[in-house]
Write a protein that binds this ligand. Structure first.
Ligand code: ADP
Ligand code: ZN
Length: 650
């Protein structure tokens, strides 16, 4: 091959002349080869031995690049023992690694979705980014295919996804035909995403647009905005503005984001300080200078917000490590700056930290950051809103269920990352971001076996049917889940009840409530002969709740054997049950009676129960209206089993 004759070095691929000996590679593979060869310039020498990792960007499609890398490898390693170690890191196993080590050569691709490990770096001689596709590459590929180099063709090669290029250009197909095909079957251009779907900045957002911060913080923010407006209008003096807050919460719950939105809402500038960045400034002098500089900037721009991230880095002056004298000096300086409204007139200080208990209590003293508001992890509803905020996507209700399960415990930042990953894979498929992309990027969910789902349905249908039959409450919704998040053992089914607020809370009301509580178990006994702790996930809670209610009837509501009652207190109740065998017996009797009643209802209305189960297994969720309808349709007429409203101890 001329390459080998022309000296030690491969020439720049896109300047190479056509070579009869070249292996047939398709036009897109050649273009990708130019990118690979360009990125691996330092190893682009006949015989070089190397194991190298190429980190790819968005613009990557493994089938094309694997072929391109093999082509490159054949050029420099031809005739030498080389097993074609071109792989993706995500596919690599020990055999591959052994082969790479034996051959002393491999090209490994690390796709964006793959997090490079230390072990990967150990194995690789170098980790290099894969360069972008360029016009030069496109022109070289056209030239090699003996096609006219027109702006239109170049643009096509620059913009078509690799997957489409690789489908269109095939060895046996004339390249011109491939280009024509690509033109005649244009890619579906993903419509421009709506405003909310573009990567969010807090620009223009105000507190009313946020989710998941908790009402306390939002209220505080709104109050501050009002105070600032009044201060600007000289209606109130600065000393009446509540000008310091400490926000605590796990990283990623949006403390920084909140501060920046707060500034938008108050229409004042924000200055970002960070205790750890100040610390990086250097020795004590530099450190103090950095802190003062941030405060001075805030004062200069006042009214303004000074955000101090990781304020817990200051720790406590009481700490006895060898840095304590240093830290004492720093904290003292900070306290002086925080102190007194005269000194920082117009500056609202928002401190953020993960561990408020680490903080020197002097920092949270009145007049400094005396208000402390914790930001919790976002709940299910907040997680939905955050998803919508970042992606603009609304999921169908079944997908929301999966989403909610899989994102339990995630922060807003985690959700943002999830959306970013999903958006990337949508882009790779030239699709518009939709719910499927989101769902595919969630934490692994385990599909529950059919029998398990059936058992869940039996249990939940039991609750719903008994509630309906005893007239305890209107059933709003029944839901069961088909999935479980790995390692997560929360209840997998649930019935929501609408209890009319004005219903008299009589003894029969509570007995009905207990019957409804134990109805899930009752249904399992009727259908399977026994009940299992695992099947419904919340049996324990059902029985706990029933026990609690029965104890309250006996000991707090005066509805049992005595009118002498105690304050409602679950802890005290537990102690009473432990020490009072008679109470235990009474409670047991109440529970046993209600369990029996629930079982007989289910026995009697077995058809209705079965119909509910069938529908639930089919649909995951049924609405209260449908529940009523199904029961009415399959109901066997019977004497009412509802406890008559009878009042005792009135
Ligand atoms: P923290 O300061 O608490 O560590 P950040 O404010 O830096 O968290 O959050 C990082 C990113 O996570 C934000 O830029 C935002 O995109 C996203 N995020 C966090 N919480 C929320 C939320 N409640 N709503 C929307 N996005 C959020
Ligand atoms: Zn239950």
């Amino acid at each position: 091959m001329p390459i080998q004759q022309s000296g030690k070095r491969l020439r720049v691929p896109w300047l190479r002349k056509l070579d009869e000996n070249d292996l047939p590679v398709t036009l897109p593979v050649f273009m990708a080869y130019c990118m690979v060869a360009g990125s691996l310039r330092s190893w682009n020498r006949i015989g070089t031995k190397t194991i190298v990792t190429l980190v790819t960007g968005d613009d990557f499609y493994y089938p094309v690049f694997a072929e391109a890398a093999r082509f490159f490898a054949r050029q420099i390693w031809d005739g030498q023992s080389f097993h074609g170690n071109v792989l993706q890191w995500s596919d690599k196993n020990f055999r591959h690694e052994a082969e790479a080590l034996r051959d002393e050569r491999a090209i490994l691709f690390a796709p964006l979705s793959y997090q490079i490990q230390d072990d990967d770096r150990l194995l690789s001689d170098a980790v290099v980014p894969l360069g972008p596709r360029t016009i030069r590459h496109a022109e070289a590929a056209l030239r090699r295919a003996r096609l006219p180099i027109t702006g239109e063709s170049v643009e096509l090669l620059m913009t078509e996804p690799w997957s489409r290029l690789s489908r269109a250009f095939q060895d046996r197909r004339d390249p011109l035909q491939a280009i024509q095909r690509l033109r005649s079957l244009p890619k579906a251009i993903p419509p421009a995403e709506p405003e909310a779907a573009s990567p969010p900045s807090t620009l223009g957002l105000t507190l009313s647009d946020t989710h998941g911060f908790g009402s306390g913080l939002i209220e505080w923010g709104h109050d501050l905005a009002k105070d600032i407006a009044d201060y600007k209008a000289a209606i109130i003096p600065w000393r009446d503005v509540e000008n310091g807050v400490l926000i605590s919460g796990p990283p990623g719950v949006g403390k920084t984001m909140f501060a920046s939105i707060l500034a938008n809402t108050c229409k004042i500038p924000i200055i970002y300080g960070s205790a750890s960045r100040w610390q990086e400034a250097g020795a004590l002098d530099e450190h103090l200078k950095a802190i003062r500089a941030s405060f001075e900037e805030a004062i200069e721009k006042a009214p303004s917000i000074l955000f101090i991230d990781e304020i817990d880095v200051f720790g406590s002056r009481g700490e006895t490590d060898r840095n304590s004298a240093y830290m004492r000096a720093v904290i003292t300086a900070l306290l002086q700056l925080l102190d007194g409204f005269e000194r920082r007139e117009g500056v609202v200080v928002v401190g953020a930290c993960n561990q408020p208990d680490l903080l020197d209590s002097a920092i949270t003293r009145p007049g400094r950051l005396d208000r402390h508001i914790a930001v919790p992890l976002p709940d299910a509803e907040a997680r939905r809103s955050i998803l919508k905020h970042h992606s603009g996507v609304t999921l169908c209700s079944a997908d929301y269920k999966v989403y909610e399960m899989a994102t339990e415990g995630m922060t807003g930042a985690d959700i943002e990352r999830l959306v970013r990953d999903a958006r990337r894979s949508a882009r790779r498929q030239s699709e518009r971001l939709n719910g499927d992309h989101i769902i595919r990027h969630l934490r692994p969910l385990i599909k529950l076996p059919k029998a398990y789902v059936h058992a869940l349905a039996v249990h939940e249908a039991g609750h719903a049917l008994v509630s309906h039959e005893v007239g305890y409450a209107h059933v709003a919704d029944i839901t069961i889940s088909r999935w479980r998040v790995e390692g997560d053992y929360r209840a997998l089914g649930c019935v929501e009840y609408d209890v009319a607020a004005d219903r008299p809370r009589t003894r029969s009301f509570f007995e009905n409530a207990i019957a409804v509580c134990v109805a899930g178990i009752a249904a399992e006994i009727e259908v399977f002969g026994s009940f299992s702790q695992g099947a419904a996930g919340d049996d324990a809670a059902d029985l706990n709740r029933a026990t609690e209610l029965a104890t309250a009837m006996e000991r707090a509501f005066g509805m049992g054997h005595t009118l002498a009652v105690e304050k409602f207190s679950p802890d005290a109740f537990a102690r009473m049950r432990a020490s009072d065998p008679e109470l235990r017996r009474e409670i047991h009797n109440v529970l046993a009676t209600e369990l029996e009643r629930a079982r007989s209802i289910i026995r009697m209305q077995r058809d209705a129960h079965e119909a509910l189960v069938t529908r639930l297994v089919d649909a995951d969720q049924i609405s209260g209206m449908e529940v009523d309808e199904i029961i009415r349709k399959h109901r066997r007429p019977t004497v009412s089993l509802a406890k008559p409203e009878r009042r005792v101890a009135t």
